[in-house]
Design a protein around this ligand. Structure first.
Ligand SMILES: NC(=O)c1ccc[n+]([C@@H]2O[C@H](COP(=O)([O-])OP(=O)(O)OC[C@H]3O[C@@H](n4cnc5c(N)ncnc54)[C@H](OP(=O)(O)O)[C@@H]3O)[C@@H](O)[C@H]2O)c1
Length: 334
């Protein structure tokens, strides 16, 4: 099986790199800066179990998307705003019968890819682990979790991913899992605005309170819209909300057990803001705001958070590192 990765960034390099380390033929398509970085350093992939190195000579990395014509499966790993462009590329290069697997967050990427690629199977997935790019070819998974892929997925791909050390599940219905993940991802914006590692967001009551407000609003909007989210890490979003609202020591203990993030785990939105790139906030918190509008209700907390993230993007100074009190004050200004 030949795998292509379109969008060699944190997720693409981590998943693709693990596949290479386990013997799968993978070609990465990425930006010139990533091609240069990997040509110099190769890849170092780490998680709580240890580190796997992939030598430069074992890597096929290019900016030339035509190479994807040789792939049996292409994993789409670009940010959501870049999906239409990725879809155009795939429509031009994909071989007949090639399968597309979106490893992206958000709920719109699969429909965008499907409408551009009517002759191909496009599968959605939910990535429950977290990866941060640390530079010099190093990608760290600071929060373990499963990869859930929509059926009908080729067993050879599932086997290859499992051989690569990933926990893979399959499901007949990916949409509920994607909505549940989107609810969890509402906290990515708080990670970006606070500059706090994921672990601190869960440990500090002031941040937890804001995360709970976003989640409560998201759950309410989905209910009005008639959308039933699935579970994330085996937990229903409503239960997660109750845990977030528990008194401090108990909430902290339960969250640390369920979300065992190490000190380096941070959201990709934090990474985007830190590196001066546009974020995915319109596809996460913005999705709740848009759904609320379509359903005739308001989502003021998520709306304000979207504004704050866009303000930070425009300012171009990385994360504004808001404290819990500053975040609450900014939300009161909505
Ligand atoms: N990181 C995580 O822990 C995590 C976990 C679960 C899900 N996800 C999801 O996975 C997706 C990717 O996230 P990520 O964190 O891996 O993002 P990322 O690190 O920004 O990686 C995406 C890479 O693709 C590149 N790219 C975009 N369009 C391209 C094109 N046409 N040709 C070649 N390269 C292209 C981007 O370059 P430019 O920046 O120059 O455009 C960037 O280097 C997102 O939907 C995210 O929400 C991420």
């Amino acid at each position: 099986m030949r795998v292509g990765v379109l969008g060699a960034g944190s997720i693409g390099c981590y998943v693709g790199g693990r596949l290479v380390a386990a013997g799968t033929d993978v070609t990465f398509v990425g930006r010139q800066r990533v091609v240069d970085e990997l040509a110099e350093h190769g890849m170092t992939l780490s998680d709580r179990r240890g580190t796997v190195a992939v030598a430069v000579t074992d890597l096929q990395v290019t900016t030339d998307d035509d190479v994807l014509a040789a792939a049996d499966v292409v994993a789409v790993c670009v940010k959501s705003a870049q999906t239409p462009q990725a879809a155009e590329i795939l429509a031009r290069v994909l071989a007949p019968g090639a399968v597309v697997l979106s490893l992206q967050n958000g709920v719109r990427n699969v429909p965008v890819l499907r409408s551009a690629l009517p002759g191909h199977t496009v599968l959605g997935a939910v990535v429950d682990f977290n990866v941060v790019a640390r530079g010099d070819g190093a990608f760290h998974c600071g929060l373990d979790g499963a990869l859930t892929i929509e059926e009908p997925v080729d067993r050879a791909l599932v086997d290859a991913l499992r051989r690569a050390g990933l926990t893979v599940r399959t499901t007949g219905a990916i949409a509920p899992a994607q909505w549940a993940k989107l609810l969890v991802n509402l906290n990515n914006a708080i990670s970006a605005l606070s500059d706090a590692p994921t672990r601190d967001l869960m440990a500090r009551p002031g941040y937890r309170q804001v995360v709970a407000a976003l989640l409560a609003e998201g759950i309410a909007v989905l209910r009005v819209a008639g959308i039933r989210p699935g579970r994330v890490r085996g937990v229903a979003p409503g239960l997660m909300l109750r845990v977030l609202r528990l008194p401090d020591p108990l909430a902290r203990r339960l969250l640390a057990a369920r979300l065992p993030a190490d000190a380096q785990a941070r959201s990709s939105m934090w990474e985007d803001l830190t590196r001066g790139r546009p974020t995915e906030v319109d596809h996460l918190n913005g999705e709740i705001v848009a759904l609320a509008r379509r359903s005739g209700v308001d989502a003021p907390v998520n709306r304000r958070i979207v504004e704050l993230v866009h303000d930070a993007e425009r300012a171009g100074r990385g994360s504004p590192a808001l404290s819990p009190a500053e975040l609450r004050a900014a939300l009161r200004g909505r």
